[in-house]
Design a protein around this ligand. Structure first.
Ligand code: UN1
Length: 508
């Protein structure tokens, strides 16, 4: 059954990992295998990019940009609409491939593909709304306005946990803005990227536009490093760890390029006394254990008001214990495997540290005795100030703490190095507003009575502090992919200078 899925998506036993306006037949950067994390077995092989293959992809991107930017934005939007339709047709297969390659449960695999479709729809509408402003000029008969032009080829580095949705956020928006793309996907999810590239290619072939979306896979950080240092790429959009982002951000800044960073999160939820506890329980379970704790929006720190702690923690432990861990393509399973062995080891080490620091593991904390990288979702009761709570471990570990006052807990909540997503569960309007106020949550996303994960594409997505400050997807995130031009036109016969400056020769 899985072979059929791979076949329908154009995946072969050995696949080129470089698309530079056409598939590079024998990329020469070496070969590696992509594994199914639920079985530990290989799915298919990928040939990776050498520096020469990379240069070819960048050149294709540059050539693509020359034509693409001349197309009126609504025409670009029409092509992205067609891309959305093509992805709709492959939703089930591509969702299954996400499940096979990165281990998220089927409903989440398909949800990820839905996120691609949604952003294509959004971008189609956006293509008619790349609005500039008209600005009141201080000079008579002068007109001031700003307009937005395409920026250039954009490098997009994506992580394994959202192997295609995050590419689509960047790709659909950048494309309607008139940019071409070079995609460097995660080495943990190369097949999902190759399958997506096949879908894109069909659509772009219909318009004889081969060089707009390009692909360059490497097994290590080399392509990411080349992108970061490459002056031909005015923007590098990178999703991944804070460590990766610090490196990319510094390298891009050193050449005064632009980076758009979407990095880690150490997301918190405050459970206040008036919260609807049934709703909160379901939301917390999904946010903390969903996707096996491998979202950047995963809930990692739960602050419970002390009046609720004992009963709520008991209910949460029960919910965790009845959540099924197993093959992510099976019905009823809520949690699939972690991505690889290192992720399992990092989780177990974090739990060791937590125990040493006085944490009590209330449930989970084990590895399943079977092939693949399965662990049980874990709750740790954490004494205040436990250092490990400040570390984002990409695994289903939820640290639970209690609090007394809202002011105190907001301070503690904001003490994390990252600032991606946050939420409060309360039916008290004043508490909710306090959380959303300027002295409340310091994160890029702040929710009330909704978990930290599962954001819609219509909003701008990203966060503050070590999360990197970038915003992707909806709202006006498109502005990052364009260059702004401020224009002043003198429609009168005089030359008045701004700020009332006089500068004229008496004889003219
Ligand atoms: C990520 O984990 O990198 O809000 C992105 C969410 C998803 C996107 C997560 N829509 O959880």
């Amino acid at each position: 059954m899985f072979r059929d899925v791979l076949q329908r998506l154009g995946i072969q036993e050995v696949n080129s990992g470089v698309y530079a306006g056409n598939w590079v037949k024998q990329p020469s950067g070496g070969e590696f295998e992509s594994f199914n994390p639920a079985t530990g077995k290989p799915l298919a092989r990928v040939l990776t990019a050498s520096r020469a293959d990379y240069d070819q992809a960048v050149e294709s991107c540059q050539r693509g940009f020359e034509t693409w930017r001349t197309l009126p934005p609504p025409q670009r939007g029409e092509i992205i609409r067609q891309l959305g339709l093509a992805i709709r047709q492959k939703k089930k297969d591509l969702g299954m491939l996400v499940t096979l390659e990165v281990g998220k449960v089927l409903s989440e695999g398909e949800g990820e593909v839905q996120e691609m479709i949604d952003i294509c729809d959004f971008a189609t509408g956006l293509s008619r709304q790349l609005y500039g402003r008209t600005i009141a000029s201080e000079r008579p008969l002068h007109r001031m306005f700003e307009q937005w032009h395409p920026l250039g080829p954009v490098g997009v580095v994506t992580a394994f946990n959202f192997p295609v949705a995050v590419w689509a956020w960047n790709a659909a928006i950048a494309a309607v803005c008139g940019d071409s793309l070079l995609w460097k996907p995660s080495p943990q999810a190369p097949l999902t990227a190759i399958a997506t590239q096949h879908i894109v290619n069909q659509v772009m072939a219909d318009h004889s536009m081969p060089g707009i979306f390009n692909l360059c896979i490497s097994h290590d950080a080399s392509v990411g490093r080349w992108l970061a240092q490459d002056r031909r790429m005015p923007l590098v959009s990178a999703t991944g760890s804070c460590e990766m982002g610090r490196d990319v951000g510094q390298k891009v800044a050193a050449r005064l390029g632009r980076s758009l960073l979407e990095l880690g999160g150490n997301n918190g939820v405050i459970l206040a006394p008036t919260a609807n506890l049934d709703l909160a329980l379901r939301a917390i379970l999904f946010a903390a254990a969903g996707t096996a704790g491998q979202r950047c929006t995963t809930l990692r720190r739960l602050f419970i008001h002390e009046s609720l702690a004992d009963t709520f923690i008991q209910q949460l432990v029960q919910a965790y214990q009845s959540s099924q861990v197993g093959d992510p393509w099976e019905d009823g399973v809520l949690m699939g495997p972690l991505i690889h062995e290192t992720a399992v080891q990092e989780m177990l080490q974090a739990l060791e540290l937590a125990r040493e620091q006085g944490g009590e593991v209330l449930c989970g904390g084990t590895r399943l005795e079977r092939a693949g990288y399965f662990v049980t979702p874990t709750i740790v009761r954490a004494p205040g100030g436990m250092p490990i709570v400040q570390t984002e471990t990409f695994a289903p570990i939820l640290y639970v703490m209690t609090y007394q006052s809202l002011d105190q807990v907001i301070r503690e909540h904001n003490s994390a190095d990252q600032g991606l997503s946050s939420a409060i569960f309360t039916n008290d309007l004043l508490e909710a507003e306090r959380f959303l106020s300027a002295t409340g949550s310091d994160c890029g996303i702040a929710n009330v009575n909704i978990g930290t994960s599962g954001a819609e594409i219509g909003g701008a997505f990203g966060g503050e502090k070590e999360t990197g400050g970038g915003r992707e997807a909806g709202s006006d995130a498109w502005k990052a992919y364009m260059r702004r031009q401020t224009c002043t036109v003198n429609g009168g016969g005089e030359l008045p200078l701004a700020q009332g400056v006089e500068f004229s020769l008496p004889q003219i």
